[in-house]
Design a protein around this ligand. Sequence first.
Ligand code: SF4
Length: 464
Amino acid sequence: MLTVFMEYKVSPDFIQLYESQMDSVINELKASGASDIQWYRAADQPSLYVECFQVNDQATYDTIKKNRTSLQHPVFSILDECVTGGLEKIHCWAFEKLNTSLNDSYVKQFQDHLLTWYNENKRTLPWRENQDPYRVWVSEIMLQQTRVDTVIPYFERFTQLFPTLQDLAYADEEKVLKAWEGLGYYSRVRNLQTAVKEVCESYGGKVPNTPKEIAGLKGVGPYTAGAVLSIAYGIPEPAVDGNVMRVLSRILLIEEDISKPKTRVLFEKAVRELISHEDPSSFNQALMELGALICTPKSPACLLCPMRELCRGFESGRQAELPVKLGKTKVRKAKMTAGVLLNHDGEILIHKRPSEGLLANMWEFPNTEYVGEHKDAEVEALVGYVQEQTDFGAVVEEKAGYIEHVFSHLKWEIQIWQGKIESEDDLEQLPADWKWVRVDELENYPFPVSHQKIILLIKEALIV
Ligand code: SF4
């Protein structure tokens, strides 16, 4: 048995192309008699690679060289090649291993262990009752950034209100937002409604089943496209989200930074190698289920894990260090002041947010950002904001509470004030998107979670 090393220089512009072609190189090498194929990349020179594989004899290697077509591309230049009886050479350099080749028996065991465990342990979830692409789609959108337990009642209510794609496509937007109220990330549901409308108008009401078409729909990223195609249509497409990247980075010992968008491509490639072509639906769901139940973010239950024997992270004792996530998003703190302001009839002033941007079209109590430390700064900013927006003078009387709400990139620290509108004149003449409502009418409007907390304070009679 001989070990072959080949050192390549790849034009920096074509690194991605090179890495995306590795599948075909692997297949070609395997077909020609190579085994145990591995790639290494120079830690300080990303365009310098070493390919390493085993062959039985010199004649096989000569044939491989002669037949090799996949490396005829002009972006590659072979700097060095050598055939040895051992692995010494690679250890001399500062190369990092690229997880590129998964051999057939590993892939088979991976599928067997994962699918057997999944079939015995999967949870009964409402979106698993059937493979209706619309229901799968809704569930996947809801599950982004949201826990399964939270999603279940929302999913049931949402699919009762909008049982078919057509029902959702032509529903009143406010009703749709109301059904989503509390789930957060409201652009998800607005995009979903736009996309199902497009499905009705351009695809005869049938969710498209090709990667290109489905990925062209609004709000459908590579993860959602892969999830719907595999779960609803049984197409072996990867569905890689943060959960799946965590699990696979541990099992395959992938140390790439998962906060970089390009890392997803590496994981998608791994899933393409691993996925069961007989049952891609269960395979993708099983990876997600493993991440939710066993290989959890903080304390992976390795002793209970069906993948333990195959897990390179566990084998090397490094599971707790993975995934590598360097570029965490910075969360900006915003100091907000909000008012529960009444008119002489005891009605409360509310406002609809703009149709673009954060929490678009949701309703809220008047609020604005302020600067300064003293409570006067909070009152002044709130009164000034109401005056500017509505022309009404507000009298802010007492502090009614404090709440915090964290988005992925932003934290609202909201001081809540209670008060009334000074002038009793022309109270009906509110600008568009402002309203007076009674306490019992508040529930007819979609409010974001932060402002629902204010409603809770009102209903508990802590305010008003
Ligand atoms: S063995 Fe541990 S780290 Fe590996 S997949 Fe299972 S739970 Fe995750």
